[in-house]
Design a protein around this ligand. Structure first.
Ligand code: ADP
Ligand code: MG
Length: 385
C-alpha cells in the first residue's frame, strides 16, 4: 500500500466489478461526497451506469488497470472472482481493500474451509476431489452430500446434490471434472450470516446477526433481528466472524454464512470478501449501511459499531417476478401497489433484462416491531405474486 492517510471526500474511489453490489457501493460513496470509478467490461453494468467513470475492460486488461490506478485514490471489489492478480497489480500503486491474498482464499471453497478450520470454526465434513483417485476414496459418511465446484459457484450454481456413489460419479463428470468439494448434506434448522468490517488499524465492527431463507440455492428473504437465535448462538457467530476477519488480516467488509443445525450447532458455510446480499437491509434498517462501511474501510475513515434501528425483512426481487403465471413476455411488477404500503423501500438495480433467478432488485420492509414488518412484507409479497 502506498498511502496510509485518510482518503477524504472529493477523492475518487474505485471498484472492481459493476454488478448491483458495486452500484450500491457507488451510491454510498457518492452520497458521502466521493467520485467513483467502476471497472467492468459490460457497458450496461448496474454500477457502471451510475458511476462518474466507467472503465469498460476485462479485469486483467493492463490499460484498464492503469486507468483505474490513475483515477482512483483507493480500490475495492464487489465480486470475489475478480482475479487476485488484478488486485495485486493495483496494490502496487494504490491502497486496495480487501487484498488479493484475502480475496483469493474466498475464491476457493477448499481454501475457505481450511481457513475456517484453522480458526477453530467448524465447517461441514467434506472432501476435496480433483482426481479420479480422490473421487474413489471419498468416505461413505459424506453421502448424501452436495458436490460443489471449488471455484466460481454462486446462487446454487455449480452444485449438484448426490445421494449415491453413482450419482456422485455422474455429477463430477457433469461438472467436467473440475476441482470440487463434496460436502455432507447437513440437517439445517435454518441459516444465518454475520457481516463484519475491519479497518486498516485492525478495528473490527459487526452488524447484528441476520437470518436467511434460501429457495433453490438463492437467497430469498433476510430477517433482522434474526428470529429464533438465542443470544449465545448470536454471540458465537459474531465471535467466529470477527476471528475469521482478523486472522485474514482483512481490511474491508466480510460476510460469513453459517448453518444452524437441527441440534443447535453452528457451522460456517462460506464467506464473501465484500458486502453481501444478506446485508442489503442495512441500507434502510441500520444507521450505517454495509456499503458505507466498505467506503469507511477503504478510505481509513473511523469504524463505529452499526446499530439496527428498525426490525426488518429484505425480500429479493428475482427476474421470475417479471413473468407472472402464464406470461411469456416481461411484465413490470406492481411497484405502485407495493409502495402504498408503509415501511417499504424499493431498490432496483437498473437491469432491463429479467431472467429467471436473476437478481433484479430487493425490497426492504421496516416496521416498528418485527411483527409489523412481517405483516407488511407478507402483503408486499402477495402483491408481487
Ligand atoms: P452459493 O455459493 O451458491 O451460495 P452455498 O454453499 O452457500 O453456495 O450453498 C447454497 C445453499 O445450499 C445454502 O445456503 C444452503 O441452503 C444449501 N446448502 C449448501 N451446502 C449445504 C450442506 N452441506 N447441507 C445442507 N444444505 C446446504
Ligand atoms: Mg451461499
Amino acid at each position: 500500500m502506498m498511502s496510509q492517510g485518510v482518503i477524504l471526500p472529493g477523492a475518487t474511489l474505485g471498484v472492481m466489478g459493476g454488478g448491483q453490489l458495486g452500484r450500491m457501493f457507488v451510491h454510498a460513496a457518492q452520497s458521502m461526497g466521493y467520485a467513483t470509478a467502476v471497472l467492468d467490461a459490460d457497458p450496461t453494468s448496474p454500477a457502471g451506469l451510475v458511476s462518474h467513470t466507467h472503465i469498460q475492460t476485462a479485469y486483467l486488461d493492463a490499460d484498464g488497470l492503469a486507468r483505474m490506478s490513475a483515477v482512483a485514490a483507493a480500490v475495492t471489489t464487489e465480486f470475489e472472482n475478480v482475479p487476485a492478480e488484478a488486485l495485486d497489480t493495483l496494490a502496487a500503486t494504490r491502497p486496495v481493500a480487501p487484498s488479493g491474498a484475502a480475496v483469493s482464499v474466498c475464491q476457493d471453497r477448499a481454501r475457505e474451509k481450511a481457513h475456517f478450520t484453522g480458526c477453530g470454526v467448524p465447517c461441514a465434513p467434506h472432501a476435496v476431489i480433483d482426481s479420479p483417485e480422490q473421487l474413489a476414496a471419498v468416505p461413505d459418511s459424506l453421502l448424501p452430500g452436495i458436490l460443489k465446484t471449488a471455484r466460481m459457484g454462486y446462487d446454487g450454481k455449480g452444485q449438484v446434490r448426490v445421494k449415491t456413489r453413482d450419482e456422485l460419479n455422474a455429477a463430477w463428470a457433469d461438472l467436467k471434472q473440475v476441482t470440487c468439494v463434496l460436502e455432507k448434506m447437513l440437517p439445517l434448522a435454518f441459516e444465518v450470516s454475520v457481516i463484519v468490517a475491519r479497518g486498516r488499524d485492525g478495528t473490527v465492527v459487526n452488524f447484528p446477526v441476520q437470518r436467511n431463507l434460501h429457495r433453490d440455492g438463492i437467497l430469498a428473504v433476510t430477517t433482522a433481528p434474526a428470529p429464533g437465535v438465542a443470544p449465545e448462538l448470536a454471540a458465537q457467530a459474531v465471535a467466529n466472524a470477527r476471528q475469521i476477519a482478523a486472522s485474514l488480516n482483512y481490511v474491508g467488509v466480510l460476510c460469513i454464512e453459517f448453518f444452524v443445525l437441527a441440534d443447535g450447532t453452528l457451522v460456517a458455510n462460506e464467506m464473501a470478501p465484500r458486502p453481501h446480499n444478506s446485508g442489503h437491509h442495512t441500507i434502510d434498517a441500520c444507521d450505517v449501511s454495509q456499503f458505507e462501511m466498505q467506503v469507511r474501510c477503504m478510505t481509513g475513515l473511523p469504524l463505529v459499531e452499526p446499530v439496527l434501528h428498525s426490525p426488518c425483512l429484505m425480500l429479493n426481487l428475482l427476474g421470475d417476478l417479471w413473468f407472472p403465471a402464464g406470461s411469456t413476455t416481461q411484465v413490470e411488477p406492481d411497484w405502485a401497489g407495493v409502495l402504498t404500503l408503509s415501511g417499504t423501500h424499493l431498490h432496483l438495480y437498473g437491469k432491463t433484462d429479467a431472467r429467471k433467478g436473476r437478481k433484479m432488485g430487493h425490497l426492504t420492509v421496516t416496521g416498528a416491531t418485527p411483527e409489523a414488518a412481517r405483516d407488511v412484507a407478507l402483503k408486499a409479497a402477495a402483491l408481487l405474486g
